[in-house]
Design a binder for this molecule. Structure first.
Ligand SMILES: NC(=O)c1ccc[n+]([C@@H]2O[C@H](COP(=O)([O-])OP(=O)(O)OC[C@H]3O[C@@H](n4cnc5c(N)ncnc54)[C@H](OP(=O)(O)O)[C@@H]3O)[C@@H](O)[C@H]2O)c1
Length: 303
């Protein structure tokens, strides 16, 4: 039988939910206090090129104290580091394959010793194999899970404990709308993004009682970088790709406003609602109409 305390809490719950919804709505229209980044050391995985490079620029523009870039290709890491230094922000790069657990722990130690405590970690690095399950090489399938999903386990395990000690930290995940609405032809990528989404949800709930440490998950639509280069979509004017600078600007803003979830563009919320109410056959018609079920056959993938 339910006791009085439990019944009281149950009655309170709808009021708490309404309060949170109202607060979020007010925050949408009123200017909110932004996180001051001047004390922050930001580490961006895959920071040498693509969205990662734009994130480095945007964090520097918004006043971050130091920026650290991780990636596998020295040339682009070096170029981006030089660019950020020219903007007047201290910047360092480290060669690190996030799919290699030992390398992540080793480089995280070097970062702490040479640069300091990371307070904002941006898990951005990813690859896409871009083939169907049957056509995919087993090692390529494993590689995307190691980089896109497990890589985040290792980076987060490496930096989160110190953030908890300092009561100051933010874990950011650059995910994808494909985490919520998969398409064929990139089965490795969609699976890794869906599991990374669950990782972030679980992590965020686990941090509920940890003051000063927060998370942001970003779910962008197709973005104009090398990742899906060559991909042909059926209605490019109806669904134009996002600019990587827009994704970077909105991500940094979401971190500064401490927003847990960011869908880009906002119209992707409609997709989420439709997915939860429409029958599967109706969703299939939407996929056929948009051509999303064939577009993945038009690009090569990126490893
Ligand atoms: N482009 C899109 O349409 C789109 C849409 C939604 C979400 N996203 C997400 O946005 C993020 C950035 O993608 P992007 O579009 O900027 O792609 P990109 O241009 O291909 O860049 C990927 C970045 O990840 C790095 N990377 C790949 N494997 C790595 C590894 N094992 N260790 C360390 N770094 C690694 C790459 O650097 P190295 O090769 O030098 O290692 C590169 O800097 C990804 O998480 C992607 O899933 C992209």
């Amino acid at each position: 039988m339910m006791n009085w305390s439990c019944a009281g809490k149950l009655l309170l719950l709808p009021m708490q939910i309404i309060f949170c919804v109202l607060k979020a709505a007010i925050c949408l229209v009123l200017p909110t206090k932004l996180r001051d980044l001047r004390g922050d050391i930001v580490l961006i995985t895959g920071g040498g090129r693509g969205i990662g490079r734009h994130l480095a620029r945007e964090f520097a523009k918004q006043g971050a104290k130091k920026i650290i870039l991780w990636g596998r290709t020295e040339k682009c890491l070096k170029e981006t580091t030089e660019e950020i230094k020219q903007m007047g922000t201290e910047c360092h790069y480290f060669i690190c394959d996030v799919g290699n657990r030992e390398e992540v722990y080793q480089q995280a130690k070097s970062v702490r010793e040479k640069v300091g405590d990371v307070t904002i970690l941006v898990n951005n690095a990813a690859v896409v194999h871009g083939k169907s399950l049957i056509d995919s090489d087993d090692d390529a399938l494993l590689k995307s899970q190691h980089i896109n999903t497990l890589g985040q386990f290792w980076t987060t395990k490496a930096f989160l404990p110190r953030m908890l000690e300092l009561q100051n930290g933010h874990i950011v995940c650059i995910n994808s709308v494909l985490a919520l609405s998969a398409i064929p032809g990139a089965i490795d990528y969609c699976t890794s993004k869906a599991s990374s989404f669950a990782f972030m949800e679980s992590l965020a709930l686990g941090l509920l009682d940890c003051p000063g440490v927060n998370t942001t998950t970003v779910l962008p639509f197709h973005t104009n970088t090398e990742m899906f280069q060559g991909m042909r979509v059926r209605f490019p004017n109806l669904f134009p790709p996002l600019k990587p600078e827009t994704v970077a600007r909105r991500t940094v803003e979401a971190v500064q406003k401490n927003h847990a979830l960011l869908l880009l563009p906002w119209t992707m919320h409609i997709l989420v609602i439709l997915k939860s109410i429409l029958p599967q056959t109706a969703l299939e018609q939407i996929h056929r109409f948009s051509g999303s079920y064939t577009c993945m056959n038009t690009f090569k993938g990126r490893s």
